[in-house]
Design a protein around this ligand. Sequence first.
Ligand code: ATP
Ligand code: ZN
Length: 285
Amino acid sequence: MEKLKIAIQKSGRLSEKSLDVIAETGINLNNGSRKLISLASNFPLEILFLRDDDIPQYVADGVADAGIVGENVMMESGNQLEILERLGFARCRLSLAVPKSVNYAGPQHFAGKRIATSYPNVLQAWLSEKNILAEIHVINGSVEIATGIGLADAIFDIVSSGSTLISNGLKEVEKVLDSEAILLASPLMNSRKKEIIGEFLFRIRTVLASRNNKYILLNAPNKNLNKIINLLPGMKSPTVLPLALEGWSSVHSVVNENDFWQVIEKLRSYGAEGILVIPIEKMIV
Ligand code: ATP
Ligand code: ZN
């Protein structure tokens, strides 16, 4: 029977979250002792565990039908593959940083400078686009110490909170790329595999929607009901039921994680009371 092969990182920052999102789709993996390959018992799928840097090439060659990697890794690999979905974890950015004492006046600062990085291709593309000639030093790991030891004048590296830069006496001066984990597809899938990945993607989207939304219930004074309904569009439109107490209604809807606190604040200012927020187990979009 045809099986979809999905490559994920063997061990690193993406591994656990990649397995989590797959587990939430209800697919069971027999991966007690994380081997090279793990087979699903209730879905036509197998997982290949690889180094993240190898995943884009394996997906491009069709050795894997799909893969989960950081967007930064796909960009660096030079393979422009189809992104089926952005997965919302491992968010980071690739940025240029210089010692904090440097007076930085713009990208031309880097002309003739030595820049240390593990992402030479992404950096070179950015420099070329700006017509800047610089010397790129490729180092793998501990890029952030390169200026301190006199190996480079600047670094180009992954930044998330920025605390690593600060503790190495650096400041971020140019953001080049935003990245998060992405689900990639191979251009070489046959029609059966395309069908399977369609079903897998539907499940992944259901998981992401459930993670990003909450069910909300509240009591609304009828005089502000319209304003409250407009704040809570829900999936189609909110459910509104009269309360036994005259002049009040119960409103049920769905609210997105991203505007959650803003919406709550407005609801309170419109006199909403008894607000309950409940996680959603599955949300079919
Ligand atoms: P491998 O051994 O598989 O080559 P690696 O050392 O290259 O692993 P990790 O450090 O596990 O990679 O990082 C994997 C991905 O996680 C990175 O490519 C990036 O997309 C993302 N990432 C890295 N650092 C951070 C961070 N500090 N915050 C959020 N995401 C990050
Ligand atoms: Zn890697």
